[in-house]
Ligand binder design. Structure first.
Ligand code: PXG
Ligand code: PLP
Length: 443
């Protein structure tokens, strides 16, 4: 019998310390999700919610995929866990080879972890280790970007640029600097696809090089298309320029593709979409369709080779996680690749993206909409905030949408949406229709 003290207490929300949530506000008026299939969630009472955000930008192939479930169950039967330190299991090598085949250019090695935050900290560490291995150990400085989101590890918040995610934690990593963000509604409002103006903001990296000297800078990390901060596609030509400046100064370029990876922009990766190959790429979310937590760092040949230069019996990177390449995650990730390939989901996202764009931009006339942006199957909508209450309008819109049967993401007074790539046109219409009502009702 369960002792009384550990018996589950129905409807007691108190014990769970919720992440990134106003706990007390939530627990007074909770929004619970109990079931999911396809592009829908259901509340415990059975109310259907259309998933306008693919969970947290991660359920790209839709919910409840039987093929993934079967692959995980098979793996669990065969072997639940095996270490990846000084040991290996076949599925991890198979998966890395498949990822290498899918990746552009010579991004042909994969380091695995369990989340985007771990991927970012791993990538920053690989960058520092690589600079040191090639005799450039003075390059310890890391450059991020304002409004960037790179997860919640100390590395990630240090290079990140969202003030609320930083201000509670003091100085974080030393020696970090930031590029300016690229959001400029005064010049680019209501851009369809890539904004026209702002490529020159990449030149700010030259300014940072002039200030700190290239010999102190290890790496620059950016989201090719900023996600969490409210979805900001880069200005035309910006990423190409950033690549050129990094090459000129021996600085590694890291693309954080935790959101853009695995089809969000209508290509496998944003690197494919932009034709810009970073030295390292971080991924998570869509890598396993969010079924089993997984993240990864994809590494170009010269970076991997550079780290393979010491004596063969010495560990090249003193870094890794108990659950790096967890067998269940590898099984899930491989089944997910089958789905993406067999259903052509990246191409599907590309084909749907103009319909999505038209739908999103039809919200231009909704009350208090000041900017709309889109790329691939994602978009952001800026709302005119209430005087003296930043975020209140955005939060009310998010709550209204949920009440009306739509899940959106909110960041201050910006609403972001990124439906599963299996979304149908009629369901896009439904998302836009509910979003319009929610924006009006929360005005
Ligand atoms: N990098 C990027 C670019 C991300 O978007 C992370 C790193 C961290 O991943 P993990 O798996 O550690 O959460 C992310 C995660 C939102 C939202 O509302 C976005 C994320 C996570 C939660 C909410 O936009 N992105
Ligand atoms: N798309 C995805 C998602 C894949 O995983 C792969 C290969 O693994 C491909 C495309 C390439 O498919 P194929 O090797 O059948 O050409």
């Amino acid at each position: 019998m369960t002792p009384a003290s550990t018996a589950p207490v129905a409807n007691n929300l108190d014990a769970f310390f919720m992440p990134f949530t106003a706990n007390r506000q939530f627990k007074k008026n909770p929004r619970l999700l109990a079931r999911a299939k396809g592009v829908h969630y259901w509340t415990p009472e059975g109310r259907r919610i259309i998933d306008g955000t693919a969970g947290l930008w991660c359920v790209n192939a839709g919910h409840g995929r039987e093929e993934i479930k079967a692959a995980i169950a098979r793996q669990l039967d065969e072997m639940d866990y095996a270490p990846s330190f000084q040991m290996g299991h076949p599925k991890s090598f198979e998966l890395a080879a498949r990822h290498a085949a899918l990746l552009p250019g010579d991004l042909n090695h994969a380091f695995y972890c369990n989340s985007g935050s771990e991927a970012v900290d791993s990538a920053l560490k690989i960058a520092l280790a690589w600079q040191r291995a090639r005799g450039q150990g003075t390059r310890t400085r890391l450059i991020g970007r304002e409004r960037g989101y790179h997860g919640v590890g100390f590395g990630g918040i240090s290079v990140g640029g969202m003030v609320n995610n930083r201000k509670q934690w003091g100085v974080m990593l030393p020696g970090v600097d930031h590029l300016p963000h690229t959001h400029n509604p005064a010049r680019n409002a209501f851009s369809r696809g890539l904004p026209q103006h702002g490529a020159e903001l990449a030149d700010e990296l030259e300014r940072l090089v002039a200030l700190h000297d290239a010999s102190t800078i290890a790496a620059v990390i950016v989201e090719p298309c900023a996600g969490s901060t409210g979805f900001l596609p880069p200005p035309q030509g910006y990423l190409q320029r950033l690549r050129e400046i990094c090459d000129r100064h021996g600085i590694l370029l890291i693309f954080d593709e935790v959101i853009t990876g695995f089809g969000r922009l209508g290509t496998a990766f944003a690197a494919d979409f932009f034709g810009v190959i970073p030295d390292l790429m971080t991924v998570a979310k869509g890598i396993s369709n969010a079924t089993v937590p997984m993240g990864g760092v994809f590494v170009r040949k010269h970076v991997y080779d550079g780290l393979m230069s010491g004596p063969e019996n010495v560990i090249e990177l003193f870094h890794g996680y108990t659950y790096s390449a967890h067998p269940l995650a590898c099984a899930a990730a491989s089944a997910v690749l089958d789905i993406y390939r067999d259903e052509g989901l990246f191409e599907r996202a590309r084909e749907l993206s103009s319909y999505w764009e038209d739908g999103l931009h039809s919200l231009k006339d909704a009350p208090g909409v000041t900017d709309i942006r889109n790329l691939g199957l994602a978009g952001g909508i800026d709302l005119d905030g209430r005087k003296g209450a930043p975020g209140a309008r955005g939060y009310d819109t998010f709550v209204k949408a949920f009440e009306l049967g739509l899940m959106v993401r909110q960041s201050t007074d910006t609403i972001a949406m990124s439906p599963p790539l299996v979304i149908e046109r009629g369901q896009i219409d439904e998302i836009i229709d509910i979003a319009r009502k929610a924006i009006a009702q929360a005005a």
